[in-house]
Ligand binder design. Structure first.
Ligand code: GDP
Length: 332
């Protein structure tokens, strides 16, 4: 991990030259929570910013076992074979929720990981924002600066992670299983509304069941408002294991992105996403500072106990704690 400022410049140059080692180090720096690293990470991002924005940003979410890693590996190899450079950022919110990791435990995407035109990076789940690692968006920008023209952000459907990933990508893909109930889950949780493309994987197992599930999903989608530029999410069937339907899928992703770009909505969306990310960082930063504040720390246990006992209203407790923060801030 470099410390002097000159190393930040060298690292930025390495990233912009497309060096994967430099990129990996850069992301480690960006993700570091140490105060001095944070400042360097900011400087690094500032140096990289002019080189960002050039990738197709694709988010993908699905339940554990839906076939995400199989699918991304096959897609990634197809794309690198066609001359693309593909970065995959795997976000695993489950590791912070359950203490175990769904994405990290097994060796994933071995073949793609060996491909020199690919870069795979699991994001640590510490410091989560809506279930997404707090620096995933910045890591995505670093990948773009390194010349990766396809960036895939993968997440397990836990907590708010889909909303967060959909909020930082151009095209959000929902990977479904043709099992009874999987589509209902997605519809109930409001995830279908986020999808630009819905994919049913493992259609090789029971093609008839897949057809039924896809039909139901198509019906459910007709009830939703069309997206940007009148986009209606297509519903596709694939078999990642048999490498079937993957190129047709990619054509839809490109068509979705092109539709947004042609109507000017892509630029609007990205501007809005950058502002939303700023607010998400402000919210989480304020919460962090609030909890770390000595006055708050001193008063919190009592206030919290009184709220639980019913002797203090949540409103009064919240005001008291927030006022503590304010008093201290004014004096400082
Ligand atoms: P993830 O947890 O979503 O990343 O899922 P994996 O990619 O690890 O896949 C879970 C299991 O499903 C593995 O045993 C895969 O081999 C299998 N699998 C993935 N895609 C397909 C497919 O299209 N057809 C069949 N039959 N099995 C698949």
């Amino acid at each position: 991990m470099p410390t002097p400022a000159a190393d930040v410049d060298a690292m930025a140059a390495g990233v912009r030259a497309g060096n994967r080692r430099a990129l990996a180090k850069a992301i480690t720096l960006i993700e570091s929570t140490r105060a001095d690293h944070r400042a360097q990470g900011e400087a690094l991002l500032a140096a990289l910013l002019p080189a960002t924005g050039g990738a197709i940003r694709m988010g993908i979410s699905g339940a554990p076992g839906a076939g995400k890693s199989t699918f991304i590996e096959v897609l990634g190899l197809l794309l690198t074979g066609a001359g693309h450079r593909v970065a995959v950022l795997a976000v695993d919110p489950s590791s912070s929720l359950s203490g175990g990791s769904i994405l990290g435990d097994k060796t994933r995407m071995e073949e793609l990981a060996r491909d020199p035109q690919a870069f795979i990076r699991p994001s640590p789940s510490g410091g989560t924002l809506g279930g997404v690692a707090a620096r995933t968006r910045e890591a995505m920008l670093a990948c773009e600066a390194a010349g990766f023209d396809v960036v895939i952000v993968e997440t397990v459907g836990v907590g708010q992670s889909e909303t967060a990933v959909a909020g930082m990508t151009d095209v959000f893909v929902l990977l479904q299983l043709p099992n009874a109930g999987d589509d209902l889950q997605a519809i109930k949780r409001g995830i279908v509304e986020l999808a630009d493309v819905v994919v049913y994987n493992k259609t090789d197992i029971d093609p008839q069941a897949a057809k039924v599930a896809m039909g139901q999903m198509k019906n459910a989608l007709t009830l939703l408002q069309p997206g940007a530029a009148g986009w209606r999410p297509p519903v596709l069937g694939v078999s990642a294991a048999r490498r079937e339907g993957i190129d047709a899928f990619w054509r839809e992703v490109v068509r979705c992105r092109d539709t947004q770009a042609a109507s000017g909505q892509l630029a609007d969306k990205r501007r809005r996403q950058a502002q939303d990310w700023m607010w998400a960082l402000i919210d989480s930063g304020l919460r962090e500072r609030f909890r770390a504040h000595p006055g708050v720390r001193a008063a919190l246990p009592t206030c919290s106990a009184q709220v639980a006992a019913g002797t203090l209203t949540p409103t009064a407790a919240a005001s008291r704690l927030l006022d503590t923060l304010e008093r201290r801030t004014h004096r400082a």
